[in-house]
Design a protein around this ligand. Structure first.
Ligand SMILES: Cc1cc2nc3c(=O)[nH]c(=O)nc-3n(C[C@H](O)[C@H](O)[C@H](O)COP(=O)(O)OP(=O)(O)OC[C@H]3O[C@@H](n4cnc5c(N)ncnc54)[C@H](O)[C@@H]3O)c2cc1C
Length: 418
């Protein structure tokens, strides 16, 4: 079967890989000159299976107000005269109930657990390397109150069988030796030993090269303009190089997916949530993180990627803006300089922004649509890198008409109609 995959971020490339493995004739289209050059380019690098949770959770509306009032706020909202932004905020709010949280968390954990297995298989099959490490995530706390409020989070970890270790400041320094220098700033930490780290861009580029070896065609530098349809089927993709046709079509355009689908009458609740990162070279090996350290006070992840340190965070609602305000850079620089003062030189850091394709329920949208040859693999929000292999494999099974290894009906767009 001929399959067109729209988008070559980490989600489009993993989709293409698993589709090619099923024997399909796959073409990937993207406006960028290569794979992984938009949101998948410089994310925080966490393979964060244990932290696969929706942002919308009980208590979050009150916390959000406190965050917005703090100096290095992890949450920034620029109110716009855009009904989509207000609808998204309302839908997030509506998902902050115990019931919705449990439902959404269950779905996210299912995809993330499957993704871990799929990535392990993919590594075994291909030997792909992407500056990965499997040394866990350490969330560090600077205030006792942060530990006192951990109860609900631990219950959730227990409920989903996620192993964890509660550490004091010395334990944090044992897990991340460079923290010994700043031990007095910490009151403790929560370590999830099964999490990993890796560079999503390197992975996307190298997997794209493996796809090409399997016969996948990449049409880079091509802008997708619209989908043509007739009698409940997609009949082609209008692009800057003309109309392209296939038997099946997969939309993996991240935050730009809703605009392509709206003219078809498909309302996809994905909104861009902007984040920022710094990437700095390691200056002193002994002063750098060995894995991911999450600074709970600023909600910033500091990750070791090869000979670099990646510092990622901030959730900003400002539409599709990609500007780089100095204040956001300062927040990231403050967190990494405070915890790893000798690890890297922030004056040499590159500053980047990306748009997380967020759904209000935190769960990606994977599966069929009411157009019988149109499939979606998008809306991965904060966890697209973590979930990419699982959702790519699931998508390929659904396109191929095979029975997937995990339950999937409640991951499709039809869940919003219910
Ligand atoms: C600061 C930050 C930190 C993050 N940290 C993590 C983390 O630690 N772990 C984790 O799992 N996830 C993390 N994420 C989330 C993760 O990066 C995203 O979920 C993931 O990259 C989404 O991948 P995607 O392929 O869906 O989208 P993208 O990578 O954005 O790919 C979409 C592609 O579609 C193409 N495209 C769009 N419109 C068109 C068009 N009209 N024509 C042609 N091409 C088009 C784009 O060029 C792009 O290549 C983070 C995100 C941010 C911003």
């Amino acid at each position: 079967m001929r399959v067109l995959v729209l988008g070559s971020g980490v989600v489009g490339v993993t989709s293409a890989w698993y589709l090619a493995r099923e024997g399909h004739e796959v073409t990937v289209i993207d406006r960028q000159p290569g794979a992984g050059l938009e949101t998948s380019f410089a994310n925080a690098g966490q393979l964060s299976y244990g932290y696969s949770s929706p942002w919308a959770a009980p208590g979050v509306p009150v916390k959000a107000i406190k965050w917005m009032l703090s100096r290095h706020s992890p949450l920034v909202i620029h109110p716009k005269l855009d009904p989509k932004q207000w609808r998204f905020l309302w839908q997030i709010f509506a998902n902050c109930t115990e019931r919705a949280y449990a439902l959404n968390k269950g779905r996210m954990v299912r995809v993330a657990d499957y993704a871990r297995d799929c990535l392990l298989d993919l590594k075994a099959e291909t030997g792909i390397e992407f500056d990965e490490r499997s040394r866990g995530t350490l969330q560090v706390f600077r205030k006792q109150a942060q530990i006192d409020h951990l109860g609900d989070d631990l219950k959730v970890l227990d409920q989903y069988g996620v192993p964890y270790e509660l550490l004091d400041a010395n334990g944090c320094a044992d897990a991340e030796p460079a923290l010994a220098l700043v031990k007095e700033k910490l009151v403790g930490g929560l370590r999830l030993p099964q999490d990993g780290t890796g560079d999503a861009f390197l992975f996307s580029q190298r997997l794209a090269a493996l796809c090409a070896e399997k016969g996948v065609t990449f049409k880079n530098g091509v802008t997708i303009k619209g989908l043509k349809h007739d009698a409940g089927r997609i009949t082609g993709v209008e692009t800057s190089i003309g109309l392209l046709k296939a038997d099946r079509y997969v939309v993996a355009l991240g935050s730009f997916s809703p605009a392509l689908l709206a003219p078809l009458g498909i309302s996809l609740p994905v909104y861009p949530v902007k984040g920022y990162s710094l990437t700095l070279p390691v200056e002193d090996e002994a002063g750098a993180p060995v894995s991911t350290v999450m600074d709970e006070s600023y909600k910033i992840a500091i990750t070791r990627l090869g000979d670099r340190i990646r510092v990622g965070g901030t959730a900003e609602l400002s539409g599709f803006s990609t500007d780089l305000p100095e204040a956001r850079r300062r927040t990231l620089a403050h967190s990494v300089s405070d915890l790893f003062p000798r690890g890297g030189d922030v004056s040499k850091a590159s500053f980047w922004t990306g748009l997380r394709p967020m759904t209000p329920d935190g769960t990606p949208v994977i599966g069929p649509t009411r157009y019988d040859n149109l499939f979606l693999n998008t809306g991965h929000g904060t966890l697209g890198w973590t979930m990419s292999c699982g959702s790519g494999r699931l998508l390929a099974d659904l396109v191929s008409g095979k029975k997937p290894n995990i339950e999937h009906q409640d991951l499709a767009i039809s869940r919003y109609a219910a």
